[in-house]
Write a protein that binds this ligand. Structure first.
Ligand code: ARG
Length: 583
């Protein structure tokens, strides 16, 4: 049982007791009791607004209720009142020690495992291929990866799927551009760069010569009909892209269970359209096939029907998504599918989800997890026409170099032998880049600022890594292991008690922060918690010397340090960031 549940139960018991005595009209309902961390540690660790909530029903002034409740609590909790009617709770040392002890041994840090037996699919990263991965691809990859890790931690079976855009309209253009404007030598040297270059020249040329667009449509239709020549060219481009992506994911330490791109579903598209047509889910309109939501009384923000087959027979992005949903249902029967893409695709998913609800019979929850767009300071979005592209590789290189420079500069202070500096720099660089993204509110647009992304101080990944490593340094200095520092009972009344109490309640709220981050699919909530924990740890560290002459005091303080390190390591792990013991 978590400390919050224990407090709730105690308060509930107190209201029962008061109700039996006739001091209040009825007991409170457990589900209505809210417990928060108290932001005034001098009055207690926790706080509840129960009196404010019940004042009307019970026809009693809130402060009066608080008085009565405080008197009815057992001695595990000492209650006091603050205006306008909060009940503050000071928790006994025995209760705090007991909960910290279970945190110490519990690998899931107080988080209860899910009872969901069906898998959850996370559809993330999913870039369009035939161009180099750029900074705009970072968000889906790292947010999706963090969500996947959080779900696993909760005990879900998770399937990560990289739904590559490897079959879309742009391939018609890329093929035409390749045959007309490619520089073969450049293509051999840096294939993806050359493909990106010719794709953008295609756009420029097509403005002057619109027949190029027709040509591209023709080539796309040929490709989709598996014309051998186009198919071979396409395969080559996909292969090149996949190799490059593989390398970037490796650098980012991101792994997928499947890479079922759009092309994977190709053979299912025609039967799907025919089936929808036969069952009157979709109907013809000007030679194309579309789903008209109005036919089914489904209201969406726009009246536009969802096109699933064009006049020329070509299929669309939505068609492969509908086929993917069907395939996933049949193959995995997931309880949920999460789609991590930027917010510009919200309408697409609303339509696709509505269409598949009309067409299919299932109870899988389909969830779009949108994130804000990464923009340049100029206001242009990445990957858009005028968004000058910063390659993901370049960002990671820069992060790694900066980390390496820092390691070199702090000569003597680095606890790692020189031959491991490269690997360490990679770990620190990754932390900067990933955390730089994850700490930002998911749905906000973010301005990409190189320096901010590569900052190592304050609310950053490298800073959290540093706090973690510093704690391990303390253990090394004391010559003790974490295991050796579990005290029988912690002194929560003597010297340094208020620092200990603050750090204790912060440690004990990991599960709450985690659950909130998971429920809302917001890794930034977890980041916020970890940063707060680190700051609280710093004040603890500043006020209470950790290694003292008194062995018992030292062990007790190291016990807190060990818990902080354990939570930072687990928390960073959930964000896909490593926490080395030495920096
Ligand atoms: N390839 C798409 C893009 O780059 C994202 C795909 C997201 N996943 C999906 N099932 N539609 O915008």
């Amino acid at each position: 049982m978590s400390i919050i549940s224990e407090i709730k139960e105690a308060i509930l018991d107190a209201t029962k007791k008061l109700a039996d005595e006739g001091a209040i009209p009825s007991a409170a309902e457990g589900s209505k009791i809210e417990i928060d961390i108290c932001n005034r540690p001098e009055v207690g660790e926790y706080q509840t607004n129960i009196a404010l909530k019940h004042s009307k029903d019970w026809r009693l002034p809130p402060l009066e209720i608080v008085e009565r409740l405080a008197g009815a609590l057992d001695d595990r909790f000492k209650g006091t009142a603050t205006k306008p009617g909060f009940l503050n709770l000071r928790v006994s040392g025995e209760v705090l020690s007991r909960h910290l002890s279970s945190l110490f041994t519990d690998e899931s840090l107080g988080v209860e495992r899910t009872s969901d037996k069906r898998p959850v699919i996370v559809d993330y990263s999913s870039p369009n291929v035939a161009k180099p991965p750029h900074v705009g691809h970072l968000r889906s990859t790292v947010i999706g990866d963090a969500i996947l890790r959080m779900l696993k931690f909760k005990g879900h079976e998770v399937i990560g799927d990289n739904h590559l855009g490897d079959w879309g309209t742009h391939f018609g253009k890329v093929i035409v551009a390749f045959r007309n404007f490619a520089d073969q030598a450049e293509f051999r040297r840096a294939p993806l760069d050359e493909l990106a270059r010719i794709y953008s020249s295609f756009k420029t040329f097509a403005e002057q010569d619109p027949s190029l667009e027709d040509k591209a449509r023709e080539e796309l239709a040929k490709l989709q009909a598996k014309d051998p020549e186009n198919y071979k060219t396409w395969q080559e481009f996909v292969e090149i892209s996949k190799n490059e992506l593989e390398r970037i994911y490796d650098r980012l330490e991101v792994k997928f269970d499947h890479w079922h791109g759009e092309s994977f579903y190709h053979d299912l598209l025609s039967p799907l359209c025919e089936d929808y047509e036969r069952r009157k889910v979709a109907r013809e309109s000007d030679g194309a096939l579309a789903i008209f939501f109005g036919d089914f009384g489904v209201k969406l923000p726009t009246d536009t029907p969802l096109l699933i087959r064009k006049q020329d027979g070509a299929f669309l992005y939505a068609t492969s998504d509908l086929a993917a949903i069907r395939y996933r249902m049949q193959t995995w029967n997931p309880s949920k599918i999460l789609y991590v893409t930027d917010v510009r695709q919200s309408l697409h998913f609303e339509q696709v989800f509505a269409a598949s609800k009309i067409a299919e019979n299932f109870d899988t929850e389909l969830v779009h997890v949108p994130f804000g767009i990464m923009k340049l300071a100029s206001g242009a979005a990445f990957g858009s026409r005028d968004g000058n592209v910063i390659k993901l590789d370049a960002l990671l290189d820069e992060a790694e170099e900066k980390a390496l420079a820092l390691i070199r500069d702090s000569k003597g202070k680095v606890a790692v032998p020189e031959e491991e500096w490269g690997a360490l720099a990679k770990t620190i660089g990754n932390a900067a880049v990933k955390y730089g993204d994850l700490r930002q509110k998911r749905t906000s647009n973010i301005i990409f600022d190189f320096d901010e992304f590569l900052s190592f101080d304050g609310d950053t990944g490298p800073y959290l890594q540093y706090v973690h490593a510093r704690i391990h340094g303390l253990f090394r200095k004391a010559g003790l292991t974490v295991r050796e520092c579990e005290p029988r009972e912690i002194d929560f009344d003597g010297e340094g008690s208020s620092e200990k109490r603050i750090i204790a309640s912060t440690l004990l709220s990991f599960d709450r922060a985690f659950e909130k981050a998971l429920a809302d699919l917001t890794p930034h909530v977890l980041c916020g918690y970890l940063f707060e924990l680190s700051q609280r740890f710093n004040s603890f560290y500043e006020k209470c010397r950790i290694i003292t002459d008194d062995e018992i005091v030292t062990r007790e303080r190291l016990f807190f340090c060990g818990l902080v390190a354990k939570i930072i390591k687990t928390g960073l792990g959930l964000l896909g960031i490593q926490a080395p013991e030495r920096l």
